[in-house]
Design a protein around this ligand. Structure first.
Ligand code: NAD
Ligand code: UDP
Length: 324
């Protein structure tokens, strides 16, 4: 029996698939390659037990593929995740998290499979409670550029709730806080990929606003370990759990840290703050710790060092062979 990952060509999808394949699992990956990268799929093709389907999870016909009727676990990660992309494709984002989530839940129901839904700290919106525990209901604006993502994820959670309560589907929801490492596209638009790309290239590091807004950054290995524990544990059936690193940094601090660790001559510059940009973001992870014994192990300095090393090697390779 196999594990299904939707969004397998994306940042988290390829890391999760690699980890599962290395442990001998058979993995089926679905992706429509909207924000994902074909090079991620090619990397996974090195494993004989990896199967790829280029398809849109929002399309109901996804339920017609025989290959999908042998899956025992479904990680539903498919959705644009960077503000740059979800704001460019709002309706696709809404559909991936509503129709797409429903399709995957329907598959879980028919297969008696477990499902993990990748929700987000954005479900808390611009929080009025700090730090954020799972029971905080959030402060989300329906009338703004982030709503297509935030509200679609909240609706995805609602659909999970209904399939769990009405049809007893074994489902868990991970509210994922900002996660990073090498593997984020250089043009992804999220803060770590922007700052590291800029620092290595000697370009201006672009802080939005005055940089006093905060985020809590989780290294990808910690995140993937958390998601896998969530899938394995019986305790998480029907639960929402924060997966993030509770250490909080201002964005200006992150810019300074990246500049220092990359030993970069880049200037730190300030630009308009995007509308509805949350001011604070930090998870309470007591629940993950209690139910899963999970907490992050890799601090930002160490994670950034690893990230910078890989981006730098890729940058050097690109300079050496400009056409690649
Ligand atoms: P990503 O953009 O790198 O990957 C998403 C993948 O989903 C891409 O490969 C894309 O092509 C694919 N996809 C999008 N819509 C699809 C559709 N309709 N059908 C099939 N494939 C589709 O993003 P990521 O950082 O890997 O995020 C993965 C998931 O985790 C997303 O659901 C995101 O909302 C959630 N999440 C991520 C973070 C983070 O910090 N990385 C934080 C919170 C939540
Ligand atoms: N940000 C920034 N410069 C950038 C990209 C992002 O200052 O080049 C800020 C952004 O305004 C936000 C924070 O960094 O306050 C995190 O942004 P990201 O897009 O990574 O994630 P999200 O806002 O969804 O948490």
């Amino acid at each position: 029996m196999s594990v299904l990952i939707t969004g397998v060509a994306g940042f988290l999808g390829v890391h999760l698939a690699s980890a599962l394949l290395k442990d001998g699992e058979t993995v089926i990956g679905i992706d429509n390659l909207s924000t994902g990268q074909i090079r991620n799929v090619r990397k996974l093709m090195d494993f004989e037990t990896f199967h790829f389907m280029q398809f849109d999870v929002s399309d109901r016909r996804v339920l017609e593929f025989d290959l999908l009727y042998d899956v025992r676990e479904i990680y539903h990660l498919a959705s644009p995740a960077s503000p740059k992309y979800y704001q460019a494709f709002p309706f696709d984002t809404i559909r991936a998290n509503t129709d797409g989530t429903r399709n995957m839940l329907e598959l879980a129901l028919r297969n008696r499979a477990k499902l993990l839904y990748a929700s987000t700290s954005e479900a808390y919106g611009d929080p009025e409670r700090h730090p954020q525990p799972e029971e905080y209901c959030g402060n989300v604006n329906t009338w703004g550029p982030r709503a297509c993502y935030d509200e679609a994820k909240r609706m995805g959670e609602v659909i999970c709730y209904e399939y769990h309560h009405r049809f007893h589907v074994d489902v868990r929801v991970a509210r994922i806080f900002n996660t990073y490492s090498a593997g984020l596209r250089n043009d992804d638009g999220r803060v770590i990929s922007n700052f590291v790309t800029q620092a290595i290239g000697g370009e201006d590091i672009t802080v939005y606003g005055d940089g006093s807004q905060t985020r809590s950054f989780c290294y990808v290995d910690d995140n993937i370990r958390g998601l896998r524990l969530m899938m394995k544990s019986k305790e998480t059936n029907g639960e929402i759990i924060n997966i993030g690193n509770p250490k909080e940094y201002s964005i200006l601090e992150v810019a300074q840290l990246v500049k220092k660790l990359a030993d970069s001559p880049s200037r730190i510059t300030f630009h308009p703050l995007p509308k509805d940009d949350p001011k604070l973001r930090r998870p309470v992870i007591d629940k993950a710790n209690r139910l899963l014994g999970w907490k992050p192990e890799i601090e930002l300095d160490e994670g950034l060092r690893r990230t910078i090393d890989v981006y730098r090697a890729e940058f050097a390779a690109k300079v050496a062979t400009p056409s690649s």
